[in-house]
Write a protein of this length. Structure first.
Length: 313
């Protein structure tokens, strides 16, 4: 859910470091012949790096581990030489509670060996948290003082700047400064103002990056985010469309209990539901009905995902 282009193993080739909803960050090793298959990052004991929650690929279920000493679900990651010792450490971003955690590299730049435990990153003397969750850290020297700072987006919107007020090999962060204010709206996908029928700003689920977009010597912000907005011209639903939508809704309501029952039965057997032909066929039928119903529903609101540019003044 976040990505970074970085020479992760010091071989001179650019790799891709990426977050994953599985709960463990992955890296895609670059080589002279292209990229290799992705692999979960491991600690020195060959265990997956995580915060605590993860998808158990053996038991095919969501699980939890206390081996990292922290609570949360890792979906974002960034690499940085935290200690100034020449190798890359990891900043882990939590999904539900929005915490940020440090995983130290106890190995070298060419052979990373990560500690088995996380450290909670502090800001202003308290745990660094992005309220509402989905902390997506970016490591960048935002104020140009030669030390790395942290920028974060969040699930409820907003971009937050944590200034590094420590020393080069001993980072310390001040409390958050708000670079972009969240919209005061409790909706999951926040509603935003419009201009000429189009949204004017992002609303929720901010994924960010800092780049000198206009080549003027300072860093600007790219913000990927969701939003909803009110349409200018709302179509009128015909009586035929209303009747068909009612039929589709009734059919979908009849299928759902069957799907739940079938899923439970298949789960007891240890089989993957999506590998069961009858279950997969029923899922396809439901999806087909759902797509048709979506086309018939009339809403005064639209929603979408966009990338926005904020130029620095």
């Amino acid at each position: 859910m976040s990505s970074q282009l970085v020479d992760f193993n010091g071989d001179g080739n650019q790799d891709v470091l990426v977050g994953s909803f599985s709960g463990s960050p992955h890296w895609i090793e670059g080589s002279e012949n292209g990229f290799l298959p992705s692999a979960a990052l491991k600690d020195r004991d060959a265990e997956d790096v995580l915060i605590s929650a993860f998808w158990n690929t053996v038991d095919k279920k969501w699980d939890k581990s206390d081996r990292s000493g922290t609570e949360g679900h890792c979906t974002s990651v960034a690499a940085v030489d935290w200690e100034g010792d020449g190798d890359l450490d990891l900043v882990l971003g939590g999904y539900y509670k929005g915490g940020l955690f440090l995983r130290i590299n106890e190995g070298t730049a060419t052979e990373p060996k990560f500690a088995p435990k996380n450290t909670v990153i502090q800001a202003g003397g308290v745990p660094m948290i992005i309220e509402g969750g989905l902390s997506t850290p970016r490591v960048v020297d935002w104020n140009g003082d030669g030390k790395f700072d942290l920028l974060c987006g969040g699930s409820k919107g907003g971009v937050f700047y944590f200034k590094n007020v420590g020393e080069e090999a001993e980072p310390k962060f001040a409390s958050a400064e708000v670079l972009i204010e969240p919209i005061d709206d409790s909706s999951y996908i926040k509603r935003v103002p419009t201009r000429d029928g189009q949204p004017t700003q992002p609303g929720s689920s901010f994924h960010i990056d800092a780049v000198d977009y206009d080549q003027d010597g300072d860093l600007d912000l790219l913000v990927g985010g969701r939003c909803s907005w009110e349409k200018e011209n709302v179509p009128v639903q015909t009586e035929e469309q209303k009747a068909r939508l009612a039929e589709l809704t009734k059919e979908m309501e009849a299928i759902m209990p069957k799907l739940r029952e079938m899923s439970e039965e298949i789960g007891k057997s240890g089989e993957n539901p999506m590998e069961n032909e009858d279950y997969e066929k029923m899922i396809r039928s439901y999806s087909k009905l759902s797509r048709e119903a979506s086309r018939l529903r009339v809403s005064p609101f639209e929603s979408g995902d966009f990338v926005w540019l904020y130029r620095r003044k």
